[in-house]
Design a protein. Sequence first.
Length: 293
Amino acid sequence: MNELSAHDLPAVLHTIAEVRQWSAAAKERRERIGFVPTMGALHEGHLSLVRASRGECHRTVVSIYVNPSQFAPHEDFGRYPRTLDSDLRQLAQLADAVFVPDDAEIYPPGFATWVEPYGAAEPLEGAYRPGHFRGVATVVLKLFQIVGPDVAYFGQKDFQQLRVIEQMRDDFHLPVEIRRCPIVREPDGLAMSSRNRYLSADGRQKATALFRALEAARALVAQGERSAAAIEAAAREKLQYVAGAEIEIDYVALVDPVHLQPVEQIASPTLCALAVRIENTRLIDNTILERPK
């Protein structure tokens, strides 16, 4: 494999001033800016977002920042994988710039203003991870203000996060398009996630139960089942049958894909969302259930 040259690698920017100067230069050239916010530990799911931006925009900037405010004290902030050198190599010839701030740049001394999202932020992850979306919404708003993108790209694996960000964009009249991108999966169906690397080989095999549970839900809808309770029960049974007590289920939920409120019948496109814990690793996944046309 050929060594990458400095010309292949994206510009690495560490300060807000550097990013704003970079963005201002792009705007002066009337270039459309695409933005992909990440916490690093990049995989093909992230790279698919970067390629989507590259295909639609003149310039693409990626942020790599493990945001402490979206982690609860008992969560995995300290061990979250940090792989900057590898990330930059993967972004070679894909991204034009990478914003890599430190905590003091994002949350300077005296920082005291937070975004408190409600609505789509309250159920599901909002109930199980209090304060999580407060941290997400705050840092994404800050990043939008710093980068000034025309389009921002998010994967649908974090569907609720995507809805919270869309809601915030609408509520604050932010001049940025939000582009939804499909979930990228491993050949066995497991949704790609930076946290998958925490799993042992046995845990990794058990994690495929999430996809099988979603597929069971989809199959029931295709067969004519419309009861949300019946579909939820089948998905939950699939999780429990495959891995027994070694999978701890936080939730299996069928909700409308806008407000994320529970539904009783599959009358229109419905989000089936799962959250489980395997070997102390929390994994989420989802799919949209639709009645056959």
